[in-house]
Write a protein that binds this ligand. Structure first.
Ligand code: AFP
Length: 340
């Protein structure tokens, strides 16, 4: 038995320990955010287990189908939503929840209310479940600073720059939680033997310029001028540099995770058919833009800094270009040139 290695294993930076350390930045904090995060982490662990056994348990059947025991099955995204809603409400620290799965926002029962609003996509990329591609949960957290009896939808219809924290959990070859509380970005990997997320990617910084672009090129015929020019330049650079590689999974968490670690740009632009793009502002565009900026990258909508956008509807969409600082600068320059 390697006792030295075992002793080393007892000094692990778990996500809870990390957030408790972070709490010391705020002497007035009473541990509410740590409690909220531990409930989000519980939801991620539960969904991770469900995703891992999806093929075996036939959990991926359509909602309403029955399994061999004759019990009604739930589709994984429906199940994941229930898990997160229950985990967040039972934390006693939330007042408004916005989920991709629910048409309306959930206003938490006044007896269970706390000061945080959580916006989330419980299982993003779920059309990829059946073929085992990485999928994930995306979340963002706002704080309300007023009497909890007077909360309204406006408390979540805030620009992304007002988010207190954002993150995602990717269910892939390993289960990875990436989070920022506004002081950089850190990545944790679930150690299944301990059931704990361990800090494996401290202080993630995105390369200033990348060699990869990531987009659904099947939509190219409907793109606007700047997007078409940008992608053309990725393939046929005119400055003597090498062409970029194309990588596109079609699961935002996986595409953004690769972009964060390897650099490059992820884009889901507007097109003639979808003038606002596809991705949702509150629980896709904002959390990922928050993480990109915290890692030293940028996020742009085609008109403005993504985190400055003020949403007017909870399920609003926006075009998005995010990734390495220099790559996003290029697309910004193309849009600026078109304005002239
Ligand atoms: P699904 O949840 O329907 O699979 O959509 C995934 C997603 O919202 C996001 O994760 C992807 O980046 C994007 O859509 C992919 O969209 P396209 O299939 O249009 O490329």
């Amino acid at each position: 038995m390697d006792h030295a290695a075992d002793a080393h294993r007892t000094d692990l930076m778990t996500v809870t320990r990390y957030v408790l350390n972070e709490q010391s930045r705020h002497p007035e904090a009473r541990g509410d955010f740590t409690i909220l995060l531990s409930h989000i982490v519980l939801g991620c662990k539960f969904v991770c287990t469900a995703v891992n056994k999806a093929g075996l348990a036939k959990l991926i059947g359509l909602a309403g189908e029955t399994n061999v025991q004759g019990e009604e099955q739930k589709k994984l995204d429906v199940l994941s939503n229930e898990v997160f809603v229950k985990a967040l409400v039972s934390s006693g620290r939330t007042c408004i929840l916005v989920s991709e799965e629910d048409e309306e926002a959930t206003f938490v029962d006044p007896r269970l209310r706390g000061k945080y609003c959580v916006v989330f996509d419980p299982l993003d990329g779920s059309s990829n479940i059946d073929c085992g591609v990485s999928i994930g949960t995306i979340f963002g957290v706002y704080m309300v600073d007023k009497d909890l009896d007077s909360i309204s939808l406006d408390d979540v219809l805030q620009p992304g720059k007002n988010m207190l924290a954002a993150g995602y959990c990717m269910y892939g070859s390993s289960c990875t939680l990436v989070i920022s509380t506004g002081y950089g970005v850190n990545g944790f990997t679930l150690d299944p033997s301990l059931g704990e997320f361990i800090l494996t990617h401290p202080d993630i910084k995105i390369p200033k310029k990348g060699k990869i672009y990531s987009v659904n090129e099947g939509n190219a015929k409907n793109w606007d001028g700047p997007t078409a020019k940008f992608v053309e330049k990725c393939k046929f650079p005119t400055d003597g540099s090498s062409p970029k590689s194309l990588r596109y999974i079609g699961s935002m968490v996986a595409d953004v995770h690769r972009t964060l670690l390897y650099g490059g740009i992820f884009l889901y632009p507007a097109d003639k058919k979808s003038p606002n793009g596809k991705l949702r502002v509150l629980y896709e565009v904002f959390p990922m833009s928050f993480l990109m900026e915290q890692a030293g990258g940028q996020a742009f909508t085609g008109k403005e800094r993504a985190l400055d956008l003020v949403p007017t509807k909870i399920h609003q969409r926006s075009p998005i270009f995010l990734g390495s600082y220099d790559d996003v600068e290029e697309i910004k320059a193309l849009y600026a040139a078109e304005q002239k």
